[in-house]
Design a binder for this molecule. Structure first.
Ligand SMILES: [Fe+2]
Length: 507
């Protein structure tokens, strides 16, 4: 081991991305390091971050991984190369779109770049190199999705990015367990899902240059970050429609950055019956749609596989109605089409959540029978800023009329519960039913701290006080860590100090 490290060696060991020529200049922005290399570079509003390819299924040799980044609206000449070694002999195609903002000083036009690494093998490490205006500015690496039969590890958390110390501590804990990817449960940036909020609170924390509990961690440069649409992604008001929730481009021209920052598989409904609502000047909406391409509104729902697991990600916002036939047909087809050993569903609004803030937003319960019919094991949600775990359960809806109450927070769905009280995740590890996990303690201030481990509080009168919630931790921030292969699944809940606060094993 050498006694001294070069900057490149240090940064490489810290997280997979070497910033050869960029330094932070505040507000989440990066500019050329003139001391290191005199060169002309645009200001980066998001450093390169790994994103998934368009294909949800696992096909070795046809795998695609993407590298995206964003700069201020000054054109530059980028080249991206990659390979399994340091030869970087393959070049990646780059696609650039623009978003034009007006308003405060840090809002201006912005260029969104995405490059595609194509024809990749599964479970394989690749190195990438980015040149800008003929200068090598960044090197990094990533590993493609694991094929069936190999172990995977991922972390889940939600309700996170507001620049708070707790968000940074959770990012650091996520980094410490070295996950294959992050599965966010929504509300990943506050308050309104704006591009400028991502620049301030999201990219600098999850793509920090150091791993530190007070700063964040270098996650995004090496692993994909998946998320779902949530209420804070669509937080504007529609003045022409009773102020219902919508992306209001008149208020914020950089609204709905979910669709322009992320590149998830485009295997969702191409024309959903209840799409994300938009409002504002026609030109700004047209510009936004041009930047999105086919991502809007298809990317509201999508699915993908990693290792022996299938992940189905759904938009549960209050403008959607989960009783919609076309949505249910698509969900059916998606789950029938998967031969994965473990099946996860991810949506933001927890359907079996006993927290005081959002306990009546139960609209997604109507989908539970479909999930049960197709062997879904775990549903992950957020919205409630704490950790909750149910026992394995079956749910048969009786009165679904309130599922149609769009834009309402009172969408109570009554029904019959069947609980598996035998499962303990330790000695009895075969679950009869779906385990619903709320993991919304990813950074924003906590809800219901007085509920912590008090079983008398974990009941809902309208659910006839049925004790389906077996564990709740609401006095600290936390994240969920999953380890799984074809034989077993281990779930751990880790707090912001790194302490294990819950654990179950499924076989
Ligand atoms: Fe939420």
């Amino acid at each position: 081991m050498p006694n001294t490290y070069s900057r490149r060696q240090f940064l490489h060991s810290a997280g997979g991305l070497t910033l050869l020529a960029l330094i932070p200049i505040g507000k989440g922005l990066f500019a050329a390091d003139k001391k290191l290399m005199p060169m002309t570079l645009p200001i980066f509003t998001a450093l390169p971050y790994i994103q998934p390819g368009p294909e949800g299924r696992l096909i070795s040799g046809a795998e695609v991984t993407r590298l995206a980044w964003q700069t201020e609206g000054i054109p530059a000449n980028f080249e991206v190369n990659f390979s399994q070694d340091y030869s970087f002999f393959r070049s990646a195609e780059i696609h650039c779109t623009s978003r034009d903002y007006t308003g405060p000083a840090d809002k201006g036009s912005r260029l969104n770049y995405v490059s595609s690494f194509t024809s990749l093998e599964l479970g394989t490490k690749y190195y990438y190199r980015v040149r800008c205006n003929n200068n090598i500015i960044i090197e990094g690496y990533f590993t493609t999705r694991q094929p069936r039969g190999l172990k995977i590890r991922f972390v889940a958390f939600g309700d996170n990015s507001f620049g708070d110390p707790s968000e940074r501590a959770i990012a650091y804990q996520a980094y410490r367990v070295n996950p294959d990817f992050v599965m966010n449960t929504g509300d990943n940036v506050y308050d309104s899902g704006l591009d400028t909020e991502y620049s301030r609170y999201f990219f600098p924390v999850y793509n920090a240059d150091v791993a530190n509990s007070t700063i964040g961690a270098p996650l995004l440069r090496s692993i994909p970050f998946y998320t779902v649409l949530a209420n804070h992604d669509v937080y504007g008001k529609h003045p022409a429609k009773n102020n219902i929730a919508c992306a209001n481009f008149e208020q914020n021209a950089d609204s709905l950055a979910y669709y322009t920052n992320f590149y998830f598989p485009l295997n969702g409904l191409q024309d959903p019956k209840y799409p994300t609502l938009v409002y504002g000047p026609i030109k700004q909406i047209e510009d936004f749609k041009a930047c999105c391409g086919s991502r809007f509104p298809t990317m509201a729902n999508y699915s993908f596989d990693v290792g022996d697991a299938h992940f189905l990600c759904l938009d549960s916002n209050n403008y959607t109605d989960a009783t919609d036939d076309s949505l249910q047909l698509w969900i059916n087809a998606d789950l029938i089409g998967s031969d994965a050993r473990w099946k996860f569903v991810i949506y933001h609004h927890g359907a079996f959540n006993v927290g005081l803030e959002h306990r009546y937003e139960q609209q997604m319960r109507v989908l539970s029978p479909i999930f049960e019919a197709h062997g879904v094991n775990i549903v992950l949600s957020g919205h409630e800023h704490n950790y909750q775990r149910t026992v394995p359960l079956h749910f048969s809806p009786k009165d679904t009329s309130k599922a149609h109450n769009l834009h309402s927070e009172n969408r109570i769905i009554s029904g019959d519960f069947q609980l598996d009280l035998n499962f303990d995740g330790l000695n009895h590890t075969k679950a009869n039913g779906i385990i619903y996990i709320t993991t919304g303690a990813g950074g924003k201030y906590l809800y219901d701290t007085e509920f912590n481990n008090d079983p008398s509080k974990l009941l809902i009168h309208e659910d006839h006080n049925i004790e389906y919630t077996i564990k709740m931790v609401s006095d600290r921030h936390s994240l969920t860590v999953f380890d799984l292969d074809s034989n077993e699944l281990i779930m751990r809940q880790i707090d912001e100090q790194g302490n294990e606060i819950d654990r179950i094993r499924l076989t």
